[in-house]
Every structure is written in C-alpha cells, then in structure tokens.
Write a protein that binds this ligand. Sequence first.
Ligand code: NAD
Length: 371
Amino acid sequence: MHTRRDFIQKLTGSLIALQISPALVTAGCNNIIVPYDGPLLRVAIIGLGSYGTRVAEAMKDCKKAKLVGVISGTPSKIKDWQAKYNIPEKNCYNYENFDQLKNNPDIDVVYVITPNALHKDQVIRVAKAGKHVISEKPMSINAKDGQEMIDACKKAHVKLLVGYRMHFEPKTLEIIRMRKVGELGKVLFFQGLCGFTIGDPTQWRLNKQLSGGGSMMDIGIYAINGARYMIGEDPIWVTAQETKNNPEKFKEGVDETIQFQFGFPGGAVASCLSTYSMNNLDRFFLNGEKGYAELYPSTGYGPIQGRTSKGELTQPHVTHQTVQMDEMAGIILEGKQPVVPVDGEEALKDLKIIDAIYEAVKTGKKVDLKL
Ligand code: NAD
C-alpha cells in the first residue's frame, strides 16, 4: 500500500531530479500536497506485543510522529523491529537499562504498551529519565497509583498522556459536537455495552497480578470513559453488580461480567455492561430530549458505524492509532488542546470510577463519586 509519505517523498524526489524547488512549484499550483516540515515527535515503544505492533504499523502513516526506538526484554524482537522500522542500535533498550534514556537526545516520548500493572513503574522511570510518556489504558490499576504517576510526571516537567484513541475518532467527535451545540437536546440517558469472549485462560489479562482486575480494566473502561465524553459530565454516583459463571477461568479479583449504573449532576443516568464472556457487545447509545445517537460498533478498531436521529454518520474511517499519534504530537510539541482530554487527570477519573465500581460490587451499596 502506498502511503501519503511515499507519495510526498516521490513527488519531492521528482522535483529535485528536475532541479525545481518544491516551494516554487507548490506556490504557483493548486491541489499539490505541501510536504510537512514542522516538528516531529520521536517515539520509543516499550512492550512489543500485539497492540505495540498495531501502533508501530499505524505510525508508518503519521505525519508528525515517528517510531525511532524500542524497549523490550526479548533481544530477537528488538532485532526484528530494528530491521522493520529502521531503528538504530543506540535507540534500543531493555527493561534493566532504559533509565539511560536520559542520555539520549534523539527520543522525545516513550509509549508504554505493557500489561496494566507494569504501567506505573515504567511511566515513573521514563519520567525520571526526563522523557514525555504515553501510557496505554488503563493508566494503572488503581487511583492511588495513577496519582503517583501524575505527580512523578509533574515533578519531572514531562507530559503524561493516555492512549484514548476514541477521543480522536471522527464519528465519536461528531456526536460530541451535536450534543454540545444542543442538537440532541438535554441528554438524559447513555447505554454502554462493552465486551468480548476472552480465550486463553493463561494470558496476563486473566492474571490479577498483571491485569489488576478483569474485564472492567480492559474493556469496561471504554463504557466508563464513553459515558463521560458522550454525556459531557462526570458521574456523581455509581452502583454495580457482578456475575461470575466461570470461577475456574475468572479467579478471585478477576471480574467476568459487571453491570454498572451512573448518575450525573445534570440528571442523566447511564447503564453499562462490561464482560469477558459475550461477543457482539460494542455499542453506545445516547438519548436526549430532541434526538439520539448510536454507535455500533463503538470502540473497536473500526470502521466505527453509527447514526443519529438526523441520519447515518458518514465521517470517513481513519486508522485510530495514526490519528492519535499525530494529534498527540501536536499536544506534546505544540501545546494543542484536544476536544476530549487525553492527559493523566482524565485517566485518573476513570481509575477513581473503577475503584468505586469494585467497591460497589463488594458492598452492594451506591458509592458517591468526587472526581
Ligand atoms: P500483549 O500481551 O500482546 O503485549 C504485552 C507486551 O508486554 C509483550 O510484548 C510482552 O512481552 C511485554 N511484557 C513485558 N513484561 C511482561 C510481563 N511481565 N508479562 C507479560 N508481558 C510482558 O498485550 P497487548 O494487547 O499489547 O496489551 C498491552 C497494553 O495495551 C495493555 O495495557 C492493554 O490494555 C493495552 N491495549 C490497548 C488497546 C487500545 O485500543 N488502546 C488495545 C489493546 C491493548
């Protein structure tokens, strides 16, 4: 597949071959792509697993972000990635020596894409090395750890962002726009259904030490976060109920299915489901006094599909991680403000809600939230 960058490189190459300045040619013509010559975010990835690979592939098409480094405990993976993404030896680290990033002026940010429970220590070490950090979701496995990560990044004067790719997704942003300008009227109800049937019982996602929990940490967080950006408020209370049909597979502390409900200050309510035992659950529904919006699928890798009371949503599909990384480059390098925040404070709110959901499951009581 030819990328936009390939095209630009070829175009620029041809112009150079003809000894014509690209600037002169583009100045006089319409519809010629002007090569991007702004600042480039130089990214290293820690955790070269399945999602790390997806991000690396998506970054090939980024305009403002470039994969330049790797951190991994597996030397053979480092070699593979070096060959595939043209990564120099001096930008390769392992889990023991990556504090040495502090002596590397060629890396701006480290993207942490390891199992959930490892994010905290790795983010703090990266911050101490003086580099900006992007953490995958969930930012950590509880709010206390999340707060420590925020504090460490503040102290080191580096930015902390979290991989909330849906915050840049065009159909999602269109619904948020409609809600903001009042096209849906007063919003009264949100439903978020998030789940899939998880396979291999030995994977880290089903190991509490590494995952910090079960489906809620992994997929339920999309319904939590989605309820907040769809309604445009933070919840003030939560109730929750757990169902466990397979205690062999979903051991103590690893939730299989949780239903949860939120109340919002403006009077809206939300009803959500998080599960590791059902497929076809990837749906958001927002209802207001003047109209509704539905996304189904709502948070998968796409294409996201949806409709509102005004008709089908037709915004084009984008590769989420490509747009996310270009937008994050804008946030880190140019101080750009996203429509929906993707910083540590935003992620901390989700962690506080997860803590409260687990508490509500345990006590059976309604838990008040102060976010
Ligand atoms: P994965 O198992 O495919 O990859 C995890 C990587 O971490 C592997 O390379 C593994 O070698 C490495 N690792 C380092 N220490 C490890 C340890 N002690 N135990 C196990 N692995 C260890 O997992 P993944 O699906 O890539 O998920 C990684 C993170 O990315 C998770 O936090 C997950 O929630 C997040 N994620 C986000 C999205 C998204 O859409 N934003 C999608 C998938 C995963």
